[in-house]
Ligand binder design. Sequence first.
Ligand SMILES: Cc1cc2nc3c(=O)[nH]c(=O)nc-3n(C[C@H](O)[C@H](O)[C@H](O)COP(=O)(O)OP(=O)(O)OC[C@H]3O[C@@H](n4cnc5c(N)ncnc54)[C@H](O)[C@@H]3O)c2cc1C
Length: 497
Amino acid sequence: RFLPSSHTCQLILASLFAVCSSLAKDFSQMSAFGGAQLSCDVAIVGAGLSGLSAAQRLLQARPDLRVLVLEAAGDRVGGRTLTKPVRCADGESRGWCFGGSHMAKSHSRMLQLAKDFGLTVSEQPESAGKNILEIGDTIDRYEGETPNLGTLTLLDLDKGIKSLDKLSKTLMESRPSWTNLDGMTLSKKIEKETWRQATRQCLTAIAEPCFDGEPDRISCLQALRIANSAGGFLALLSDGSELRIEEGAQAVCTALAERIGSDRVLLSRELMQVSATEDEVLTPPLAVLSRIRFSPELPAPKRGLIEAAGSFAASPGWMTSAVTAVLTYPTAFWRSQGCSGDILSHLGSPVPGSAMPVAPIALAGEVTSPDGRQPALMVATGYTTEHSWPNAEARRADILSHLARFFPRPEVDGYVDYVEHDWGASPTGASPLPPGAAVGLCDSTGLLQPTGRLHFAGADFATEWIGTMEGAVQSARERPMRCCGGWRLDSEQYKIH
Ligand SMILES: Cc1cc2nc3c(=O)[nH]c(=O)nc-3n(C[C@H](O)[C@H](O)[C@H](O)COP(=O)(O)OP(=O)(O)OC[C@H]3O[C@@H](n4cnc5c(N)ncnc54)[C@H](O)[C@@H]3O)c2cc1C
């Protein structure tokens, strides 16, 4: 409820995930809590990784700036990073990540932040053994990286992956028709590049978690953008994500907020409206942006993109509707079954007695503590259903039944603790992009460009590692952002012009 109260409003930089901008006149806010007025030079909307690291950078460059970070959530900073306590076999509770957690060795900005705050980054203990791929009624247990799909399907898969890789790598330079690519779903593209049904199902199973959405609903261009930002589709598939922060990724946000100063990070402050008086125009990002009123209206391309993202926001995806659960166990029983704990499931048949049309788990993996002493699995539910469970108990029962399809029931049921987080219950505002919307993130009229003094940042607006924690930090710190007579953010530091 921040209503810029008068013509003194200079600018707001909002972004679902961060914002920056500047100038030293007052930006006045009228708080719903007693009408108190707050003034700042730069308002940053969202206390996730992106917003907090933007604030830190600004203050490093100009400690005298009056920077405020406004966060809608009432109880915490961190956004899509979330650490919760889970009880372990030794009776102690330890923090586990339920949102962003894994990093690749190339995620240098996140690794540097962890180092700056004295957090411990460790490698996921190697879990040898077979991986599980479930497609429909078929369950494949395979060693290494190549499922047992048969020679013809594997050749077809290889061809499909390579062609997506090539297209994604050259997306920005050779500029294939972005509009055509944005006019089709990723599934349509997969159909064009492959000829076997089994290949298409396998590629769909792989693509869902990579691109945060169902391939038959997301824009092919958006998927290619995401792959491009990671160095290509193959790089996205093969770049390990084997590192984790022992204290949990949310600890980076907590440390950033402490460094910035608690008086500068305001919780329970949801930006509802951005108004410009005189000559300034202000804005914020994607699905959440569609809930914010802009006065005057944003330019047409930005408005269109925001509306498209907003209308798609209820669509299934990692960040919108998945439930993540951590199960701690006395022993890593999956290993004694010769398995790594990695499960990828696409449209697995429903578990007996469930009201859900498909099996619940889309993805599972071992998240045993770095010292190897506290065995744990993380599971994430799929995107493939708009149905929901009647209650958390029914969901837990289905998840356990699904795991018991692969491992002995007594071991599966013998968990020490089961803790989950329903990302759909507290919407983050993140959204996969439907066909027709992503072109606005590629071209120069899109949201990557500031509007006046309003800048957009956040994981969705990264140019490297879109959709990840690394991307969230990169977008806030390194994309050049300019605003009339104000700030420029470049790869080194914020400079005043
Ligand atoms: C289940 C899950 C698993 C993931 N796994 C990984 C992983 O393993 N590795 C990885 O790198 N990434 C992963 N991610 C993605 C990663 O967590 C995010 O990309 C990153 O944390 C996003 O940071 P951000 O600052 O851009 O946005 P967010 O963290 O979403 O922060 C945005 C903030 O803005 C606030 N906000 C929104 N609207 C308003 C408003 N109107 N007014 C005020 N505040 C507002 C929100 O409450 C939120 O706190 C995962 C995400 C999820 C959900």
